[in-house]
Write a protein that binds this ligand. Structure first.
Ligand SMILES: Nc1ncnc2c1ncn2[C@@H]1O[C@H](COP(=O)(O)OP(=O)(O)OP(=O)(O)O)[C@@H](O)[C@H]1O
Ligand SMILES: [Mg+2]
Length: 316
């Protein structure tokens, strides 16, 4: 016979808080019987929910999601890692989260455990045909965040979009259809300032810039900020900078400390207080299909992403 679990035990298994479990019970996603002030939920039902991991997209509500584009044209600075871990951390605060993978490399989709090679549809279809309903393209994940995945087709979108009217605004239409269903939408951008990234900037309310604390990484920041100003002027007047996030920080080196101090001096008020340290545990977690919060919840980097989530959530 199935073992019976308490709401707390189910919350731990699903990686959500107990309020979310109670919501699942109310919605009929989980079945349980009430015992005193708690519920007893069959272990099998929890396993089924985990394996199907239905998207958490809910009927439209009056509040609209805050849309954050995670951008840096430099490769390998921690955009995808930040999108995924920040998303999971926000989900743990009880928020409904959608991650949009806008990088044809599809690393975010893969990190979140989506079988990218078997996908037949992705954000690409929604971009190229405005009649496409994006909702059925969204996947639930065991981490509790929803993902609108990418496939390699998206590489072609960069070229195909060029011939479309209002080509910078196609993602905005897709995002606006999804805003009422989530509290936060995070967009993981490719390492370029091409049309896909411009689409993300046009669709977003704010930009989060992961930045490695090294000389060459900071040089590109000026170009990125210039692009943001152009987008603000021409496409999205309301776009603001959420902050620059120092990533892969190695506090043992003088160089990294100097760059961080310089960054704070040159961009006062624009650099997050929280710093993401370099750690091999962060590198290992995607291979295990887990966020750092699930892989090693007490790790410094897991705590840092939770602190970042609190700061980002205040911006709503
Ligand atoms: N805090 C960290 N400590 C150690 N390694 C990290 C950390 N953050 C990210 N990494 C690793 O660095 C590599 C690049 O990170 P990530 O893929 O997030 O960067 P990106 O900016 O999305 O790259 P791309 O521009 O190619 O999309 C990955 O192997 C990732 O696991
Ligand atoms: Mg990436």
């Amino acid at each position: 016979m199935d073992r019976l679990l308490s709401t707390k035990q189910v919350a731990d298994r699903l990686g959500v808080d107990t309020k979310t479990v109670l919501r699942y019970l109310r919605q009929g996603k989980l079945k349980g019987s009430r015992i005193g002030r708690d519920y007893r939920i069959a272990e099998g039902a929890v396993a089924t929910l985990l394996s199907t991991a239905a998207p958490t997209a809910e009927p439209a509500t009056a509040t609209a999601a805050l849309v954050t584009a995670v951008v840096n044209q430099k490769g390998g600075v921690g955009k995808t890692t930040t999108t995924f871990n920040l998303g999971v951390a926000l989900q743990r605060l009880g928020r409904r989260i959608l991650l949009i993978d806008l990088d044809p490399q599809a690393s975010l989709s893969a990190s979140a455990g989506i079988p990218v090679a078997q996908l037949t549809a992705s954000v690409y279809q929604a971009l190229l045909d405005e009649a496409t309903d994006p909702l059925p393209l969204i996947h639930g994940t065991t981490s509790g965040v929803d993902v609108l995945p990418a496939t390699i087709d998206l590489a072609a979108a960069e070229v195909e979009l060029v011939n479309m009217t209002l080509r910078e605004l196609v993602l905005r239409d897709v995002v606006d259809k999804l805003r009422p269903r989530y509290d936060h939408i995070l967009i993981d951008c490719p390492p370029s300032l091409g049309l896909l990234t411009v689409n993300a900037l046009a669709a977003a309310d704010q930009v989060l810039i992961p930045l490695q604390c090294e000389y060459l990484a900071t040089r590109g920041l000026t170009l990125l900020l210039r692009t943001l100003t152009k987008v603000q002027g021409r496409l999205n007047r309301n776009l603001r900078i959420a902050g620059i996030l120092p990533t892969m920080f190695d506090g043992r080196t003088t160089h990294a400390n100097e760059i961080l101090a310089e960054l704070r001096a040159n961009f006062p008020g624009q650099v997050f207080d929280v710093v993401i340290k370099e750690s091999v545990r962060v590198k290992e977690s995607p291979a295990a299909g887990l966020s750092i919060l699930d892989y090693d919840g007490n790790h410094d980097v897991a705590r840092a992403y939770i602190q970042l989530a609190t700061e980002v959530d205040h911006g709503r």
